[in-house]
Design a protein around this ligand. Sequence first.
Ligand SMILES: C[S@@+](CC[C@H](N)C(=O)[O-])C[C@H]1O[C@@H](n2cnc3c(N)ncnc32)[C@H](O)[C@@H]1O
Length: 277
Amino acid sequence: MTSQPAFEYVLGSSDPELQRLGRQQAVWSEQTEAWLDLLELPASGAAVLDAGCGPGEVLARLARRVGPDGHLVGIDDSPRWIEVAGERARAEAWPTTELLQGRLEQVGDDGSLDGRFDGIFCRWVLSFPPDPGALVARFARWLRPGGRLVVVDYNHEGVSLFPRSEGFAAVIRATRAWYESMGGSTFVAGDLPRHLRAAGLDLVEQLPVVRSGRPGSAVWSWAEEFFMGHSHSMEQAGLLTAAEGESFRAEWQERSQDPDACFYSPIVVGFAAQRRS
Ligand SMILES: C[S@@+](CC[C@H](N)C(=O)[O-])C[C@H]1O[C@@H](n2cnc3c(N)ncnc32)[C@H](O)[C@@H]1O
């Protein structure tokens, strides 16, 4: 058995994270539909994998796309997310759905996933593991010839708050360091063209999106939930001082009362790549 590098998923599987992921899907739903379009799935009966499916936000969208003859597979390391996705599959009568709990680096080691999928989708996952290139290579193997992989992840440039805030700048530095402390990178989008090519896939589309919003908007709430919620964890991890955390929270509250304040998300890029026929 190959030994895996130390890895701990930083965002966890708590109740607040479950709610955050649901609201995150709502904020990014329109963009996600555009990224899912890049899969170019057959009209019915497609076999699709959501890699790092979490509690099943995207699987629920895929269930509608593949129709009753489709076959869905979700893989996630979190037992809780697999359980929640399973409950949802039953409640919403998704088509045939297999939910596999385990690390993407290990599931399918027996070759059982090779050449199985018309499409593989992977959103906000590859910024966490230490070797995203190795995962892209596995995904390439799991596609049938002509199948497509769509990977959605961060180029963390551009994330900003106006009027400018020192506390916010500190929390952004800490967020990047937090992912890096676990071996990941919030700039993984910069490496993805290289990883896709190395896996023998042809990059066919690159669709970047930036969301922006003022206080009261869904995008503002999405940012608030992530940075407010996780700023305490960053302090506990020693990546943000208590003073920086406090000044971030105070400055964010102040901006939240300013109707002209504005938040810009990081760049989120959807890459579509095809396995040669
Ligand atoms: C930010 S969440 C995104 C969930 C889902 N893809 C979405 O877009 O709503 C990241 C997910 O990836 C999973 N994950 C991260 N690294 C993983 C790995 N190496 N193997 C399996 N799952 C992983 C986490 O458990 C978590 O559910």
